[in-house]
Design a protein around this ligand. Structure first.
Ligand SMILES: Nc1ncnc2c1ncn2[C@@H]1O[C@H](COP(=O)(O)OP(=O)(O)OP(=O)(O)O)[C@@H](O)[C@H]1O
Ligand SMILES: [Mg+2]
Length: 289
């Protein structure tokens, strides 16, 4: 029995044309920890008004690149431009009004309620003095993350996924044109993961926001991204539309795994298992069905 309609990946989508160019551009960025270089001459364009997913194995350098792009980590060399401006040339608070970032490790040291955490997202705008306009951003972000009923709970009284959604809400409350999210779907159930990806995709296309996210689930990346950039060993190894990345040969190079790629209801779905044997002939059997 075949559960999925299978057809060979086609090149039906050409390279996207980005009339608005790069929202964020990393140019020849190198970064190290001590003597170990972990970003090696990384040049990448994150399209203005689009969702770009950054994929790649553990240790590839994805978080480090996000850290450099958000000025939280220094680069050895190279430049990052946000909306054409060198991030190194601007003050931190000025950048925070335009760019929000969710770090992979987002534990907070102090005991906060969800609303208090989310209200920190307004800090770059209000400098710690709440303004009348803040509440609408905070309430909208709480509602978008379905956290209304948890607003007055402490973070340590939430489940892992609820806590993760609270951190995403803080980033949304910052209401910036540029949003970087490092593994935002960690701990999320499927319904929340897909709902959040839909929200991000819609926010990018309708409100022109530039969103970059690190994600390990390539199927979700393919479904909700305009572009996918793959990193490995501190370098970019593939950069293209989901149609260009969701191919057996590209995924083998990036993930070092054998995968079949099916097209289901207009979306690309990679099938990955432990052993190559399970996959051999899958495409042919499904095609014959
Ligand atoms: N604070 C640190 N000190 C030393 N080395 C580090 C530090 N942080 C990261 N590294 C190393 O830098 C490299 C890149 O790490 P990075 O966190 O950017 O990878 P990643 O692609 O985000 O991986 P993951 O998918 O596991 O989150 C890895 O080899 C990692 O061990
Ligand atoms: Mg990481």
């Amino acid at each position: 029995m075949n559960l999925i309609p299978f057809c060979r990946r086609s090149e039906r989508h050409g390279a996207p044309d980005w009339p608005r160019g790069c929202g964020i551009e990393a140019r020849q960025v190198c970064a190290s920890y001590g003597d170990t270089r972990v970003l090696d001459d990384v040049t990448a364009c994150f399209a203005q008004g689009g969702v770009t997913s950054l994929i790649g194995p553990n240790g590839a350098g994805k978080s480090t690149l996000l850290g450099v792009m958000s000025r939280l980590q220094p680069a050895d060399s190279g430049t990052v431009f946000v909306d054409g401006q060198d991030v190194g040339a601007n003050g931190g608070r000025e950048l925070a009004r335009r760019l929000a970032v969710l770090r992979q490790d987002n534990a907070v040291a102090i005991r906060l309620t969800v609303r208090e955490l989310v209200s920190f997202g307004r800090f770059p705008h209000n400098g710690g003095r709440p303004q009348p306009g803040d509440a609408v951003h905070i309430d909208d972000a709480l509602a978008a993350m379905e956290l209304g009923e948890f607003a007055d709970r402490h973070l340590d009284e939430l489940s892992g996924g609820q806590r993760q959604r609270a951190h995403i809400a803080m980033v949304l409350a910052q209401d910036t044109d540029y949003i970087l999210l490092d593994e935002p779907l960690n701990n999320l159930d499927l319904r929340h993961a897909t709902a959040i990806m839909r929200l991000l995709y819609r926010t990018a296309s309708e409100r022109g926001k530039t969103i970059v996210l690190v994600i390990h689930d390539i199927n979700i990346a393919a479904a909700y991204s305009d572009r996918i950039i793959a990193m490995k060993d501190g370098a970019i190894v593939a950069d293209g539309t989901p149609a260009q990345i969701m191919r057996t040969d590209v995924l083998r190079r990036v993930c070092e795994m054998e995968m079949q790629v099916a097209e289901v209801a207009g979306r690309y779905v990679a099938l990955y298992f432990d052993g190559e044997d399970e996959l051999s002939g899958l495409g042919e059997r499904a095609t014959a069905a």
